[in-house]
Each structure stands twice: as C-alpha cells, then as structure tokens.
Design a protein around this ligand. Structure first.
Ligand code: BES
Ligand code: MN
Ligand code: ZN
Length: 488
C-alpha cells in the first residue's frame, strides 16, 4: 500500500524561498505581471527570472504550463518552476497546474509560493493526485519521501478548504492501490480484509462468505468463482451520514481479482492486465473511503462481488445452466463473460435488501467499450434520464470522461437462449450494450440505475494529467461529487 504525499500549508514567507531545497514554484499570471514572490525570485536570481519571462519559450506558454530554471543563482533549490496560471483559475486549471508541478518534482520536496492566489486547494489536490506512485513491490529503498509545502497568505483557511479534497485524494489512492495490486497479493480474502479495515473510519462492513451466498441463492456469482482456490465473497459497506430514514444510494462493483477467462481461456498475450478486473470494486471501495473521510451527510451502501475466474476441473463449463438469485436461469455460453454473472446477483441482493433510491454499478465489463470509446470515456448506460444526467454533470465537473450509450429491446433480444431464460453473451455486435442489457434484466422497474463500463479508463498504459501509468482511480471524484450534489 502507498500513502499520500504529506502536504502542509504555511504562512507566506519570502525568506523560505531562498533557503528551500528541492524545487520551488512560483506563479506568474498570463499577463506576465510579477507577484511579490516573483519579484523576490527575480532579485535572488539577479534578474534571471525577468529574462525567463521575456524569453520566447515563456511567451509561447499557456495556462498550466511550467517553465523551469535549473539551479537558480541565489537560491538553494535545484530548480525554480515558473507556473503560468490566471489569478482566478478554474478548479480544473488549478488542479492540472498542480499536477504538472508534481510531475516535475517526482515525489521529492517542493515549495509552492501561492500567496493569495485563488484555488490553492485545487492546486494542492492536483499535486497530491499526480504525486502518487505504486512502489509497494520495489525493493530498492525509495528516495522519494518528499513533502509539499504551500506558502499561503491565509494558510489555515486554505488548509480547511483542502481537507475534503484530501479525503477524496485518499479514496483515489486506495482505488489505485487496489487496482494496481497483483492477483497473488490481492486475493479475494485480502481484498475483503482491506475493506474490513475501513471500519476504523466509521463504515459498517460485513463479509458474506460462500455458505451465506449459497443460502441467498447467488449461484451465478458462485459459478464464476468455483474454479478458484480463493473463496468468493460479497462485502457490504454502509455509510450512514444522512437522515435515519433516508433510503441509501447503492454502489455495486465488479471485483474479479483475476480474469483468466475460465474454461473459455483468454490468450496469453496481455493476460496479466486482468489483475485490474476488480477495478469496479476498487472504485466503489475508494469512493466509500472518501465519503467516510470527508464525513458525507448522506446514506450510501456499497456492495462488491469478489471472485477469481480460473479454469479447473471444478470450473463452470460453456453450456452450463445456472440459476440467479432473482430466479432467472442463465445459459453460460462463454465463461469469459463473467462480470455480468457476478453483478446480476449482487445488484439483485442490493435492491432486495436496501430498496435504494438509485443504484450505480461499476465494472471493467467489456473489451468492446475500449473499441468504442478508447481510454477517454467510460460507457454510461441508464434506465433514467434525470438520474443519468445528474451523474454526467458530476463527471464533467470532475473532468472524468463519461459518455452515454444506448439500451433497447432490439439489443435485449440478442440474449435469448434456446434452453434457459437467457444466455450470458449476445454475440460480437454491440458487445458493451448487450452486456448492459443483461444487467438491466436484474434491475427493478422502480430503481433508477446507471451502469458504468470502466474497462477503458480504470487502468491505462499512458500517463494521464492526474496519474502515472497504471490505475487512474477514475470515478472516485465524480461519484463523491455526485453524492455531494444530489444527496447531501
Ligand atoms: N474483464 C473482461 C473485459 C475487459 C477487457 C476488461 C479488457 C479490461 C480490459 C471481461 O470479463 C471479458 O472478458 N469480456 C469479454 C466478453 C465476451 C466474452 C462477450 C470481452 O470483452 O471480450
Ligand atoms: Mn472475462
Ligand atoms: Zn472480466
């Protein structure tokens, strides 16, 4: 497990600038006018900063760009980073700018001279998100135990504004850690243990074991895990920060700790990526962490289905028919379409037990969504326009790509089975839509529902603005905001 880079807010102090090691950052608004910190830096560097500001590379730079001066004269720092940012930036601009600074610092010490610049809390969030690194399995001692210091005109106020954002960043961190973790470490049992630990934050956490799941009739879920030595589990987490009688929002996550495909075995090339097939459960866990840490005034219940999809003499075969908790039977044509088999039982249970005001499921469900939307947007499917639009608005505000996709009877028909109530695949065309149609069969008419297919965004091969390569934590910020804007 990793931890967030420590961040402290200090009294604005021009003296600190000359003495600080690591990197020092100052902000120059796009009009080029110098702040007190910039004027001081200019004096320390004997006019060096003024020359930089007049240089061609600086004149060409735009909001969020950083132009660096290495080993500046008159300063102890190894670099002076000059950040271009308007005096009153948008939240997203400030976050991206912070992330750009953090990328340069690479986890080492940094001092940011903010002064009375607006949106220091967003700048700090960008720094914290981009300073993340998954080094749990790097044995060479890390030299990156840096800290971030924000030099601010009103440090106490800035720190208070930052507190809920730090809670969210810690949720993002947890999601990334879970999603990056290899499957021999993050077994179903280890995953459940890490969720139980969150009881310390005031969450109620329950673990349902295989006997209990069998008793509840969750046979489609159990059919996925039966080829693995790791026991299947469902973990229920409740955050009751709202009014006592308010029905909760339900979050449901696909937690396939490793997806070999089962008997419908995946090809060897790239199979190692399937350690991230618990990404939906990871986002659900990180969101609950964020809600608990920022003490959200809402009732939210989260359920994750934790299984491992392995081939074995005991594994489910193509052609097997299993009965879901709802009672509908499923002909399993392809054991690699396992996520929907996990989710359908957990979603049914969530509705039966909690009668939620709405339900959002997250899953790395289909390769087809990557063909459709790439790594920029998650696929959004919903049975309720109002509910869906509210989520899309939150995702947009947090700069997390989300794009609505269609549902409809013509797609649903593709799931007809000769011998059972439905089959678990609908063929190659519209693979993400037929997967969503399968799930919708387990959504009650009265439940507003959103399905988020995050296969393309949960973990990516290239770094993003806010994350290095690997797990992104996509969705934690959008969901936390969605809860805040609609349920608090
Ligand atoms: N976990 C995969 C989907 C996936 C693919 C996630 C790539 C992340 C990256 C899912 O369980 C799966 O195998 N889906 C199949 C469905 C098919 C058999 C109908 C797929 O997408 O090929
Ligand atoms: Mn699969
Ligand atoms: Zn899968």
């Amino acid at each position: 497990m990793s931890s967030l880079i420590p961040i402290r807010f200090q009294e604005f102090d021009l003296e600190a600038m000359a003495q600080a090691g690591g990197r020092v950052a100052i902000i120059i608004p796009d009009d080029g006018k110098m702040s007190p910190a910039a004027r001081r830096a200019n004096r320390l560097t004997k006019g060096g900063l003024a020359r930089l500001v007049e240089s061609e590379s600086f004149r060409k730079s735009k909001t969020g760009d950083v132009v660096s001066m290495a080993w500046p004269t008159g300063m102890a720092a190894e670099a002076l980073d000059v950040l271009v940012l308007p005096r009153r930036p948008e939240a997203g601009e400030a976050r991206k700018a912070g992330a750009a600074l953090a990328k340069l610092a690479g986890g080492k010490d940094m001092l940011v001279m903010v002064g009375n610049q607006a949106r220091a809390e967003d700048l700090a969030l960008g720094i914290v998100l981009r300073s993340y690194e998954f080094d749990a399995h790097k044995t060479k001692e890390s030299q990156k135990a840096g800290t971030v210091t924000i030099s601010h005109a009103k440090p106490a106020e800035a720190e208070a504004d930052f507190a809920p954002l730090y809670a969210i960043a810690d949720g993002v961190r947890m999601t990334r850690d879970l999603t990056n973790e290899p499957a021999n470490v993050l077994t179903t049992t280890e995953f459940a243990d890490r969720l139980v630990e969150m009881q310390g934050l005031g969450l109620e956490v329950e673990v349902l074991d295989e006997d209990k799941l069998a008793e509840l009739g969750m046979r489609t879920l159990l059919s996925v895990g039966q080829g693995s030595d790791s026991p299947s589990k469902v973990v229920v987490m409740q955050w009751n920060g709202g009014a006592k009688d308010d029905a909760p929002l339900a979050l449901v996550g696909k937690g396939v700790v490793f997806d070999t495909g089962g008997i419908s075995l995946k090809p060897a090339a790239g199979m190692e990526e399937m350690t991230m097939d618990m990404g939906g459960a990871g986002v659900v866990a990180g969101t609950m962490r964020a809600l608990a840490k920022r003490k959200a005034k809402a009732n939210v219940v989260a359920l994750v289905g934790l299984v491992e999809n392995m081939p074995s003499g005991n594994a489910t075969r193509p052609g097997d028919v299993v009965r879901s908790m709802k009672g509908d039977t499923v002909e399993i044509i392809n054991t690699d379409a396992e996520g929907r088999l996990v989710l359908c039982d957990v979603m049914w249970y969530a509705q039966e037990r909690f009668k939620p005001v709405g339900m959002i499921d997250l899953a790395t469900l289909t390769g087809a969504i990557i063909i459709g939307l790439g790594h920029e947007n998650a696929g959004v499917f919903s049975n309720n326009d109002t509910f869906c639009d509210a989520f899309l608005k939150s995702a947009k505000a947090e700069d997390e790509g989300a794009w609505r996709m269609p549902l409809g009877d013509a797609y649903d028909k593709l799931l007809k089975s000769r011998i059972a109530d439905m089959k678990n695949v609908g063929g190659r065309p519209a693979g993400s839509v037929t997967a969503a149609q399968f799930l919708q069969r387990f959504v009650k008419e009265e439940t507003p529902w959103i399905h988020l297919d995050i296969a393309g965004v949960a973990s990516v091969a290239e770094e993003t603005s806010y994350a290095p390569k690997g797990a992104t934590g996509w969705g934690v910020r959008a969901l936390s905001r969605f809860v805040q804007d609609n349920f608090e």
